[in-house]
Design a protein around this ligand. Sequence first.
Ligand SMILES: [Zn+2]
Ligand SMILES: [Zn+2]
Ligand SMILES: [Zn+2]
Length: 244
Amino acid sequence: MIGCHCPVCSSTDKRDQRTRCSILVSYCGKSVLVDTTPELRLQAIANKVDLIHAVVFTHGHADHIFGLDDVRRYNTLLGSPLPVYAAEATMRTLQQAFSYAFTQQTQTGVYRPELEPKIIDGPQEIFGVNWQAITLPHGRVSVLGFRIGNFAYCTDCAEIPAPARAMLQNLDTLIIDALRPRPHPTHLSFSQALAIIDDLKPRRAYFTHLSHDVSHQDIEHDLPANVRVAHDSMILEIPGASLP
Ligand SMILES: [Zn+2]
Ligand SMILES: [Zn+2]
Ligand SMILES: [Zn+2]
């Protein structure tokens, strides 16, 4: 956090250096980026994300969208427009925030992202694999969580309501919002996330979207063995990923 010198912000443990949250989902030779954070460019260079084939958005908050301009580099590398998947309200936010990228190209030579907008309004197939969109509450907005085979990603949510829980059974791996120990109006706290994990019983779960309240090591110290804390550059293999 800017201007903060707390033990977590000054920690030398790399896992405490938390940029904004995003994941890259790779299968069948394709890579799909979930959200474009303001640190996208630095994250892509640090993790050698040399190519992506599509972007999927969870919601339109600033910490999840403001790196979108930088995907223009992937247009160059890919030699084609980039499909961008989002719910209708999120797409509207993107079109307002990045109007220059969505309007008809008027000047030649303007280097901007070339996007192919695709609205998610139900089960979405991306490169032959079903991305089940799961609507989650996040204060005034709705967020999409995603289930892909036996893996699910649920960031930025204040609760996992019953219909969503029904879609999150029999998971191998769940990544779930867990902001901090104290309650927050639009995010899950550690204990709320743990109660949901206990109910859904994935084989393993990872906390994401952490604040600077507690160090990586101290959080993990108090967690059950099958619940860990995600960190920048973490790579997860999903065993037996039964992709439909
Ligand atoms: Zn701090
Ligand atoms: Zn948010
Ligand atoms: Zn967020």
